[in-house]
Design a protein around this ligand. Sequence first.
Ligand code: ZN
Length: 409
Amino acid sequence: MTRYDVTMTNTTINSTLPQQLQALQGNWSFPTAISFGVGTIRQLPAACREEGINKPLLVTDAGLARLDFVTELIDNNQQAGLETSLFCDVKPNPTGGNVEAGVQAYQQGQHDGVIALGGGSALDAAKAIALMVGQDRPMWDFEDVGDNWLRVNPDGIAPLIAIPTTAGTGSEVGRASVIVDEARQRKIIIFHPGMLANRVIADPALTTGLPAQLTAATGMDAFVHSLEAYCATGFHPMADGIALQAMTLISKWLPLAFSEGDNLEARSHMLAASMMGAVAFQKGLGAVHALAHPLGALYDKHHGLLNAIVLPYVLQHNRPAIEDKLIHIARVLELDDVSFEGFLRWILQLRQSLQIPDDLQSIDINTEQSELIGEMASQDPSAADNPVVLSAQQYSALFEIAAKGHTIG
Ligand SMILES: [Zn+2]
């Protein structure tokens, strides 16, 4: 077995099988090695050595690069004989230009591996840089469409150690990066199984510095990953189980991580849950992400915040297809009101307690580009997994409802 043994596609399904058995097929992959726990960051120099990295490029964002602990990490590495350089030219929604600049820094510094440190933006940029340091084709050729990923030269991918500093995207356990193509103003998903980190160091202490608003937005992103994965079409009972447990953890610990940022117990559970959400969404996502992606590309707003605002409107739209599943989630979360309405009300209360606004106009998104957003959402890869198929017009209409807001529940 190699890391790339995921070539079995659904086209290999035996079409002579009875329909109920044809539905029970999928490609499952959960192989990331994770060192989890407070203090595990101290394992970084040893982890570099184990992965054969002697001259790492540390990729992070400019905000984190200014913090003392990043300087300390680099000093520790230098003391261990690992010549480490810093690259921090990464936008909140990382761009193709950021990745190109990172590849250049990697090659000029003759690095032999990448340390990805940060939230989703820095991790996604770093994973794309590690992918692109040894490829001949432009990155957009590896957009997650069909079997484009087979165009990648897997031997050209640099080894990567991922260190999350937020509990949300779970990008540290994912095999894809979301990168903005500035020319087309689109968020593009770049995918290859070899983009999976060789090692994850998940130290909850690194997430205590996250401000409350970002804790809320990233935590809601993790929740939406789990919820959309659980409701997505497709057969993946392992992902379903992981998604349910992630939602249980988030429902219990996100409010505490939000109100008590230094609570390491809450931060630990949230960091675990965010990775679980990302593992679960191998199964798929849905219309919340299909809308959040174009909104992020066009308005440069926080991804988790967009998801959290759009979520209840999408749930209402999807209701006929997901009501039973939401009732089950309500039961698992031990909500007082085990019903669709009860679940929706609980989401609204959670959102309010995290000071997340009810509509998109509250974060300066108006309906001017409604048609374009509907078009982009309907073409977003996440749209394919939504339990209800929406046309571009339906996405536009849904977006307008989320923009203006209306009373729910
Ligand atoms: Zn997300």
